[in-house]
Each structure stands twice: as structure tokens, then as C-alpha cells.
Design a protein around this ligand. Sequence first.
Ligand code: CAA
Length: 257
Amino acid sequence: MACETLIVETHGAVGLIRLNRPQALNALNSTVLAELRQAYSAFHADDAIGAIVLTGSEKAFAAGADIKEMQPLDFADVYMGDFIGGWDEIARARKPVIAAVSGFALGGGCELAMMCDFIIAADTAKFGQPEITLGVIPGMGGSQRLTRAVGKAKAMDMVLTGRMMDAAEAERSGLVSRIVPADKLVDEALATAAKIASLSRPSVLMAKEAVNRALETTLEEGLRFERRLFHSLFATEDQKEGMAAFIEKRKPVFKNR
Ligand code: CAA
């Protein structure tokens, strides 16, 4: 896929997408969104791909929505055009997506990282929602996903002051799953994604659905949802194979069926 703002590669069963607008610290403009939607859609249509890694550069995962693109817009432009509404499609990806974050993940950059299933951070990562300093507020989910990730106190602190969190604070707060040295970031994320891609696809997709449901429903409904998904996996060949392989002390051969 030829892209202006992304570098798209496959590494075995893993799709790797690098945001690539170095001149703007990977600021997210409408071209980035259009190309990201295309890349996601191609990886979702490709049965050989089991997981996706989304990363940026060493200096910036992404420094936010593109301020130069937004500055001249007025209310009618953004409301009638559903400005940035298209990012919801990125958040609805069915296959697992890992954000590998080095450097700045600010505003829409932090929000994009939070749309992924989990974040692996380089020790150089910095997260923030600085929209308030521009006279607006987060618009791609920051006030909602950050609050669910780190709780009200830290989310209010970040969203009201625009201050940044370093990688250690982000890990302590539950925003990132782990921190790795910056020079190992993409390799670690690719290895993690490869592990996920090697597992039974139906169980991986359902595991993702089940965890996401925890953020959207009551405990009782969530437990019922989980139990039904668990039951349904007994209709797959991979459940028979996975359990037989354990008993026979061998590696399972999953068919994703
Ligand atoms: N949009 C457009 N361009 C951006 C940008 C952004 N979000 N962030 C950085 N750039 C551009 C700069 O304008 C600069 O371009 P020029 O060389 O043409 O001037 C280039 O990237 C390099 O940036 P800096 O010179 O500022 O680099 P720095 O190392 O001195 O500072 C930074 C880095 C602290 C990240 C700083 O660039 C910065 O504060 N960026 C803006 C962060 C921000 O406010 N993000 C929120 C955007 S609003 C949003 O995202 C809304 C939403 O929720 C949907």
C-alpha cells in the first residue's frame, strides 16, 4: 500500500503501521486518518494477519490532532462535517492492536494510543491531553478513555492542566501495560503481537470483546456475556486441539476454526 503518511509492513502474521509525518511530529490530519482506515481495513481483510502494531517515531508517537488543519475551522465546519468522527472506526478494530509508544503521545496521539488494546511504552514516552491549553478539550476520547484507564483524579489533573505524564507515572497509573528500553520498543511489540497472532483467532477475538465489554456494562451482564462466549468456544475445533495438545504435552496446531 503506497502511503503519504504511513509506513505499512507485514512481519509474519503481524501488521506493522508506522505513523510517518516527521515534519509535524506525526500530527494526525485527515490524510493520516484516511490512510490508517485503509491500512486497518486491509489487515482485517487479510486472514494471514492475526494482530497489528501501531507505532510512531522515536521522538513522537503522535503530537495530537493537526492544529494547523483545525485552526481555521468553525462550529458549522466541525459539527456538520462530523470532524474527527472517523476515528471511531479505528477504535472499533476487531483484531488486536498494540500501540508501541516512544516520545510524545499528546492530545489525539494519546487518544489514538488509548484506542488500541494496550500500550507498550518506551522509557522515553510522554503522555498528555494538552487541548485545554489551545482553548478546547479532548475530542477523540481523551476525557472518557483516560478516566477509565487512570481514574478521575489523574484524568482531571491531566485534562484540566494539560501536563504530561512520563512513562513511569503512566505505568504506575495503569495507562500502559509495560515499559521497555526505547531501542527495544518495536521488537518487543512485534514479539508480543506475534504471540497473540499464534493463538486461536476465535478465542483471541472473543477475549478482546469480553474485556472491552467490562468497560461498557454491569458486572452481572458482563459475566453473562463472558460465560456465553466461553461456552461458544467449545464449538470450535481449536478448543479440542488446544486442550488435547496440553494433555499430550505437545504444541497445539490451531486452524482458527
Ligand atoms: N499539529 C500540527 N503541527 C504540529 C503539532 C500538532 N499537533 N505538534 C507539532 N507540530 C509541528 C510544529 O508546528 C513544528 O512544525 P514547524 O517546524 O513547521 O513549526 C514541528 O511539528 C515540530 O514541533 P516543535 O518545533 O514544536 O517541536 P518541539 O520538540 O519543540 O516540541 C511538542 C514538541 C511539545 C510536542 C510541541 O510540538 C507541541 O506542544 N505540540 C502540540 C501538542 C498539542 O497541543 N497536541 C494537542 C493537539 S489538539 C488535539 O489533539 C485535539 C483532539 O483531542 C482531537
